[in-house]
Every structure is written in structure tokens, then in C-alpha cells.
Ligand binder design. Structure first.
Ligand SMILES: O=P(O)(O)OC[C@H]1O[C@H](OP(=O)(O)O)[C@H](O)[C@@H]1O
Length: 307
């Protein structure tokens, strides 16, 4: 798939889920590099930078996309010629993609340790990292069942219930507004992440903060499942994460013309509602987000887009 097609597929949500978006972006840059048949290092670098911008502008909220292109292009400056630049981008894309897949597996193993035999789990939207945790717990022989939210307006919950059902896990779908009513039956809420801020706040699918609030009220722990590239270095500089608002036709059509619709598709859950974050580098407190950004992602990535 050409880079422009990948960006368009991300925008239209044919490619979706923060981890898959990240891997697809790395793959698109790799293909762009491999297909370059010119001889100018400057022209090649400009092409890659343009590709990076096209990808990053396709969806604004999930920092996984930004971190993926940073990781793929971080050594561009070290290339001496066109051939070495191709090799560098191809290698760094492969490393990112491979580490990303391994991270989802590791998160499954670590997060599953927090799920007990007999637990009733609540999940939201369709997170590969959260599903890795739930499926690993089930594969460990734990007798669990799952409530999955519908996740309006895109109804990603339908993907989740199919996946869990295919794995043999008892699953019940509920509408998003049933979360607080059902919470009394829930032992643990397990959700994914699009972005985690330096203050530990979680940006995830719209409705996640209501789950956090209801779980907090009911003293039900909420575990976030997130690869380290879901943490945002940009928030360390005070950036406020842009919450994507998508086309209103996704919510409803043919309403009277004076009815306004809004379609924010992410929200922010404060750290105080989050029990723990299962990452590939361990189970951490949301208040350790700053350390993950500094130690795992590095300050360097903050400044690479400048100049
Ligand atoms: O990376 P994984 O864990 O698969 O998904 C993380 C998050 O990405 C999704 O966003 P969208 O459906 O692309 O808007 C959901 O918000 C999900 O929780």
C-alpha cells in the first residue's frame, strides 16, 4: 500500500487501533524509502519528511503514530548516501514493528497476572493490548467472563465480542450508557490507550472516562494496557492532546437542521482513576508516566521535529 493510501486508510479508520496505526505508519515509511529511485540524499530526505507529515496529519490524537514515525526516521541524519538511508529506514521500521508486536504479547502476560480466577472483566472499544491481557488470562485457565461496551459511534465493541467469542471466552455486550449499572458485577476494568500524558492522564476512546469514574465510585480497579510508545513526550512540554472530532454523520443523519451534533471520539481519564498501567517494561503506576517518557522514549525525541 502506498503511503498516501495508508494515511487515507488511517483517516477513514479502515486501519484503526493505536498500535496497528503505528505499525502501519512505520511500514508505509519503509515502503516509501525502498521505492525511492532517485540519487539525491536531500530530495530523498525531503520525501521522507513529507511522508512523515502526511501520516502524522491523518489522525490527531493517538501519539503512537507520532512515536512510530519518530522511531522510524530517528537515524535519517546518520545516512551518508541514498543506499544507506534506505537501509536505515527499512531497518528502523522493522525494529519498531517487531518490538510493537512483542510488546503486545508481553503486556498480555504482565496484565493477565492482575486478573484472578472467576473475575468478571469490563472492556471498552477494541484494544489489541487489552484483548491480549484478557485472552492470556483465559489461556492460563482462569474462569473469566467479559462485558464489552458497544463503543458508539463506530461500534468497535462488535469486533471485541467477536474476537473474545472466537477465543471461547464468555462475553456479553452492553450499550455504553449501561456501564455504571453493570459496574456492581465487575471485578476489573481493562482498557487500551491512544495516548498517556506525562501527568498520567489517559486519552482513550470516548466513554473511557465514564468507566474510570464509575469504577472509582464502585472501588473497582481500572487497568490500562499500553505499549511504551503510547506515552507522549510532547505532553512533557505542556502540549494539550488534541481530541479528534469526527464527521457528525457517524452519530446521526437526517435530523432537523437546527439540531447540532458533536462527535468527539476520545476523552481524558485522570490518573487518580487508574489503578495501574500494564506496559512491556512492567506494571506501573500512572504517576510513573514521566519516567517512562524520559527513560524509554528519551528526551531526544522531543526535539527531533524542530528545525
Ligand atoms: O493499540 P490498541 O490497544 O489496539 O488500541 C488502543 C486504542 O485505539 C483505539 O482507537 P481507534 O479505534 O483507532 O479510534 C481505541 O481507543 C483503543 O482503546
Amino acid at each position: 500500500m502506498k503511503l498516501d493510501e495508508t494515511a487515507e486508510s488511517i483517516r477513514t479508520m479502515n486501519i484503526r487501533g493505536a498500535g496497528l496505526i503505528a505499525r502501519s505508519a512505520a511500514e508505509a515509511l519503509k515502503e516509501l524509502a525502498e521505492e525511492y529511485n532517485g540519487e539525491s540524499l536531500i530530495e530523498f530526505t525531503e520525501l521522507l519528511n513529507k511522508g512523515r507529515d502526511t501520516l502524522v496529519n491523518s489522525r490527531p490524537t493517538a501519539v503512537s503514530l507520532w512515536n512510530a514515525v519518530q522511531a522510524t526516521l530517528k537515524n535519517v541524519k546518520n545516512a551518508e548516501d541514498v543506499t544507506s538511508l534506505k537501509e536505515i529506514v527499512s531497518r528502523d521500521a522493522d525494529i519498531f514493528i517487531s518490538n510493537s508486536k512483542k510488546a503486545v504479547e508481553t503486556i498480555g502476560r504482565i496484565g493477565a497476572n492482575r486478573i484472578k480466577d472467576g473475575d468478571v472483566v469490563l472492556t471498552h472499544c477494541n484494544s489489541k493490548a487489552a484483548l491480549s491481557v484478557i485472552k492470556t488470562a483465559y489461556e492460563q485457565g482462569k474462569n473469566i467472563s467479559v462485558y464489552a461496551t458497544e463503543s458508539r459511534p463506530w461500534k468497535q465493541g462488535l469486533l471485541t465480542v467477536k474476537d473474545l467469542s472466537d477465543a471461547g471466552i464468555p462475553v456479553t455486550m452492553i450499550v455504553d450508557s449501561a456501564v455504571r449499572w453493570i459496574m456492581k458485577e465487575i471485578d476489573i476494568a481493562v482498557v487500551g490507550a491512544d495516548t498517556i500524558c506525562s501527568n498520567g492522564a489517559l486519552i482513550n476512546k470516548i466513554g473511557t472516562s465514564q468507566i474510570g469514574l464509575a469504577a472509582h465510585e464502585a472501588r473497582v480497579p481500572m487497568m490500562v494496557c499500553a505499549e511504551s510508545y503510547k506515552f507522549s513526550p510532547k505532553t512533557m512540554e505542556g502540549e494539550i492532546v488534541e481530541i479528534e472530532e469526527r464527521d457528525t454523520s457517524e452519530v446521526a443523519e437526517n435530523l432537523p437542521p437546527n439540531v447540532r451534533i458533536r462527535n468527539p471520539v476520545f476523552d481524558s481519564t485522570p490518573a487518580e482513576y487508574i489503578d495501574c498501567i500494564a506496559t512491556e517494561i512492567g506494571l506501573i503506576s500512572p504517576y510513573a508516566a514521566y519516567e517512562v517518557i524520559v527513560n524509554k522514549l528519551g528526551h531526544e525525541c522531543l526535539f527531533e521535529t524542530e528545525g
